[in-house]
Design a protein around this ligand. Structure first.
Ligand code: PRP
Ligand code: URA
Length: 205
């Protein structure tokens, strides 16, 4: 199931991320902001429970998050730029890492690193800013599933229809949250209009 973030602030941030004149320092701030919006949207379904408290004026029953361990897993390297807002709003979150890199000619992702905490019985939030062919996301979901993860959410900033279709074909039960659904891919499998190479723009390489 695809969820596209629909918020004026998201549109504003995405436009500045796309702008080729945006420099890495600003790009990183914008990446933080859009990831925070996505973190909020993608966790709408978290369970809450009643909690009786007293305000300075009277007793009231509010709601708090039910204890439910979350795991955020960035796909290296560009996914690293999306992690901090998850740490900021979910203080008990665990972090795992999956390293994947697309080959420049074939666009096929090669795995070079994996370090995951326990994922069984936990909600896993897989973060990667670009969902292009979908090859990286499918590989990362495979890895989490192989280690026992069943509750997986994919969060991207810009997606292509091809990438969404590929993830849905392999993992139809994984919800996808994205801030923009773009037109398609070019011959080199870059998203159009896209924003170029996210990792390069994030880290000035
Ligand atoms: C980018 C991006 C995704 C992948 C998406 O990473 O961050 O991981 O490409 O493309 P796909 O959907 O076609 O697999 P890249 O391989 O460029 O590595 P990097 O994050 O280290 O720059
Ligand atoms: N990876 C990126 O960083 N950008 C794209 O457009 C596609 C893959």
């Amino acid at each position: 199931m695809l969820h596209v973030l629909d918020h004026p602030l998201a549109a504003h941030v995405i436009t500045h991320l796309r702008d080729k004149t945006t420099k890495p320092a600003t790009f990183r701030t914008l990446c933080y902001q859009i990831s925070l919006l996505l973190a909020v949207e993608a966790t709408r379904s978290l369970a809450t429970e009643a909690k009786a408290i007293e305000t300075p004026l009277e007793a009231v029953t509010g709601r708090v998050l039910t204890h439910q361990p979350l795991v955020v897993v960035p796909i290296l390297r560009a996914g690293l730029g999306m992690v901090q807002p998850f740490l900021d709003i979910f203080p008990d979150v665990s972090v795992g890492y999956i390293g994947l890199e697309r080959d420049h000619t074939t666009a096929i992702a090669r795995s070079y690193y994996c370090k995951l905490p326990v994922v069984t019985g936990r909600r896993v939030l897989l973060v990667d800013p670009m969902l292009a062919t979908g090859g990286s996301a499918v590989k990362a979901i495979d890895v989490v599933r192989d280690q026992g993860g069943t509750d997986i959410t994919l969060i991207s900033i810009v997606s292509s229809p091809e990438g969404v279709a590929e993830v849905e074909r392999h993992h139809p039960q994984v919800p996808i949250f994205t801030a923009a659904l773009d037109r398609g891919l070019n011959a080199k499998k870059y998203i159009l209009p896209g924003l170029g190479d996210f990792g390069d723009r994030l880290y000035g390489t």
